[in-house]
Write a new protein. Sequence first.
Length: 359
Amino acid sequence: MRILLLICGYITLLGCQPSQQGGQSQRSLESGAHQQQSSVKQAPGKEAQREHLAPTELSGSTLAGIRINQIQFVGSHNSYKQAMPNGFIKQLMQVNPALVESLEYQHVPLAQQLDLGIRKLELDVFYVADESQFLVGHVQQIDMNSNCATLRICLNQVRAWSQNNPTHGPLWISFNAKDGYILGLPSPEAFTPEAFALMDSVVEEVLGDKLIRPQEIIDLQWPLLEEARGKFILILDEGGTKRDMYYDGWQQRPMFTNAPEGHPAAAIMIVNEPVEQFDEIQRLVAAGYMVRTRADADTREARENDTSRRDAAFASGAQAVSTDYYLPATHFGNDYQVILPKAVICNPVTAPADCRVSE
């Protein structure tokens, strides 16, 4: 009975939020052929005309003026994720095979992703008060296989990579604070002001001297790319009570939040549907916001080799485009992949016409 409750609870949870995917083979991002949209706007779903951006250095005049909201890059979704244990996969297959299909994803270690050109990472964290730490995983107890078991380990891995690659473009890391109840599973500890204070202390300890902070962004004026090399932008990807709790006193926080447009803390927006919300993303980007969107979800695009969502995501001007397929989806019998010619390219909406980036 407990196993049945556990499986049903897991299905209920995953039915309420996007699933992730991404078994991959070893191929560098930079070796792919996907290229940036040349037009500022196109109708989502139509084939885009593309212009390859050669890896030339910035000219002196352009170099002085490129800001970090005038670039674009690829991110990975649930970046820590290893495959779900086989025992739970077999149990889920008995009750919902389609759900299992949507969960066919895993990622290479964080440093390897960054070597491939990924410039945005995502971590799910669980608060463990009596150990004063945060575990990194997908679902409590049954889906916690991770390339880095705790928040501190993950951040130290990323910092070590950054120290070895000090001229990289700014790295985004977003966080989900996981405390949702699932029938049949242990209840995670709730995120409280004390939990967020501890989380802040961990990120300050590891990355504090490398952060671009919310208080530094006034009237959506972002730093120059050259000033931001080797630095990090952190985002708490939460809404409702947890978001409101965190951005109380946002000027002292190390992480941005998905604050509503017009709020004093609003600077980075999470807008995950680039086809349906294409115009909204372009409007926000043109206004100076930084936006994260998704190129694929639930393995649908990869299974069908459908690039319409990916193309809309890049054309929208969203600075961060997340995917589960930065490496090709060859296990689905095609080469669906979400890449750019380089780790960082010029943004199709906000970059000046003579923009060239070197990373």
